[in-house]
Write a protein that binds this ligand. Structure first.
Ligand code: GUN
Ligand code: ZN
Length: 456
């Protein structure tokens, strides 16, 4: 296959899992003069030293990215589309925050005009943060989900999302019925699942707001849409956990409210899991279900400290989520840093995370959790070229730190300590460049507006 372009770069990635004791330190791969040949369809068709790749593809144009650092595109396994504008509310626990901040905003997405504005803001925010793949909590309103996915398609992002469904507890405009939930989800999945890089996710908000009949409707959709994902929340906050126990007296535990309906499998992602019991961890491990760990959200809502050591010991797969808008921004780097802090603060009960762990949690672990481990997550041959180039503004602490770093490990540590949106200079998804120099660039044009009748 011929190459469309050869990238020359200084690059980090984590093809081997640094949490696996068999993976040697430092748990990441670094190349300071890497060549990546990328074909028209976005596949990396050669990876080697730049000299070897350039010699094998002499006709391909070369893009020299060595003024920055190349990383795999970041993966956010839990982020809420309708919550862009509620980021930053402090001082409330989950249920109060939902009632006072998140849910009133989500009601506004019943207006398609407002939803279109939020969709544009949301997609631009993902790209600005360097997030190329994400599992997105959609809206309770089907037209808003259509608008989100149309915007996602314009930029070619790798997004899995769906209609959020609930039939109790929430404000009335956000409620549905089992039949409507089933019909609207199937219609949305029919329009979007498998179109470009978009997939459908069956999404009851949480068991607290989803009765057994709605969860059964979700199970039917999951059955009918081949390759759909499942996502929801679990064990985030003690008051939430106690409420769910009272609502489902016949279930073994919170995880069982979903498992009872067959909703848990390898393409299922449960957000938070701050307060799991051991039997719940065992069920999640047996189903190969992943947990989206959302460190800034857990801190902002005071939900608790994620028990990473217990998840790893039980064999439960873990990746990172921003949980915007309870989380404090779109940057997965910030989630990595907060993850590091909270584990380190726990002393022997925590897991001391190195830079390789943080990069893995931010990229390959997320790709694996979303069933995309063979497609993206690192920069190996055969994968899609989903990548971000970090190029910090001159004179910033990250710029100085990277120029004076005395090892690749210290450079990657500085990335997690200091990198943010302002450092994300270029973003590619499937070989298509969707951001450059701080500007986002659609890969497909917006659908033409209805033509105005000529005056007169
Ligand atoms: N549980 C149910 N809904 C939500 C939400 O929007 N954010 C968070 N963090 N937890 C939830
Ligand atoms: Zn959430």
């Amino acid at each position: 296959m011929s190459a469309r372009v050869v990238y020359r770069a200084r690059a980090f990635d984590t093809p081997d899992d640094p949490f696996d004791p068999a993976t040697p330190a430092p748990g990441f791969r670094y190349d300071d003069d890497l060549g990546l040949a990328v074909a028209d369809d976005g596949t990396i068709i050669a990876r080697s030293s730049y000299a070897a790749v350039a010699a094998a593809h002499p006709d391909a144009p070369v893009l020299d990215l060595r003024s920055g650092l190349l990383l795999p595109g970041l993966v956010d396994t839990h982020v809420h589309f309708p919550q862009v504008r509620v980021i930053g509310a402090l001082g409330m626990p989950l249920l109060e925050w939902l009632e006072r901040c998140a849910l009133p905003e989500e009601v506004h997405l019943g207006s398609p005009d407002y939803a279109a504005t939020i969709a544009a803001e949301f997609v631009a925010s993902l790209i600005a943060a360097g997030t190329t793949t994400s599992l997105v909590f959609g809206s309770h309103f089907a037209p808003a989900v259509d608008l989100l996915l149309a915007e996602v398609e314009r930029y070619g992002l790798r997004v899995t999302s769906g209609l959020v469904v609930s039939d109790r507890v929430l404000p009335e405009p956000l409620l549905t019925t089992p039949d409507r939930a089933h019909a609207e989800a199937l219609a949305l999945a029919g329009r979007w699942h498998g179109r470009g890089r978009i997939r459908y996710a069956v999404t009851p908000r949480f068991a607290l707001s989803a009765s057994d009949p709605v969860l059964a409707a979700c199970a039917a959709v999951l059955d009918e849409v081949d390759g759909a994902l499942f996502t929801s929340h679990v064990n985030e906050n003690s008051a939430e956990v106690a409420t769910v126990a009272g609502q489902f007296p016949d279930r073994d535990h919170y995880v069982d409210t979903y498992d009872h309906h067959g909703l848990l499998g390898p393409l299922s992602v449960l957000a938070h899991d701050v307060h799991p019991t051991d039997p719940e961890l065992d069920v999640m491990a047996a189903r190969r279900t992943s947990v989206a760990w959302c460190p800034t959200s857990n801190s902002a809502l005071g939900s608790g400290i994620f028990p990473l050591r217990r998840h790893l010991a039980a064999g439960v797969r873990v990746a990172l989520g921003s949980d915007v808008g309870a989380g404090t921004g779109f940057s997965v780097f910030k989630e990595g840093l907060q993850a590091y802090f909270l584990q380190h603060l726990q002393g022997a009960d925590g897991v001391t995370l190195g830079a390789g762990h943080l990069l893995h949690l931010s990229t390959a672990a997320g790709a694996a959790a979303l069933g995309l481990g063979d497609t993206v997550g690192d920069l190996s041959e055969g994968k899609q070229f989903d990548a971000v180039l970090l190029r910090p503004p001159p004179g910033t602490a990250l710029d100085l730190g990277l120029r004076h770093a005395d090892s690749p490990e210290s450079a990657l540590g500085k990335v997690f300590a200091l990198a943010g949106d302002a450092d994300v200079a270029e973003v590619w998804v499937g070989g298509d460049q969707v951001a450059s120099g701080g500007f986002v660039r659609p890969v497909t044009p917006r659908a033409p507006a209805a033509r105005r009748r000529p005056a007169g």
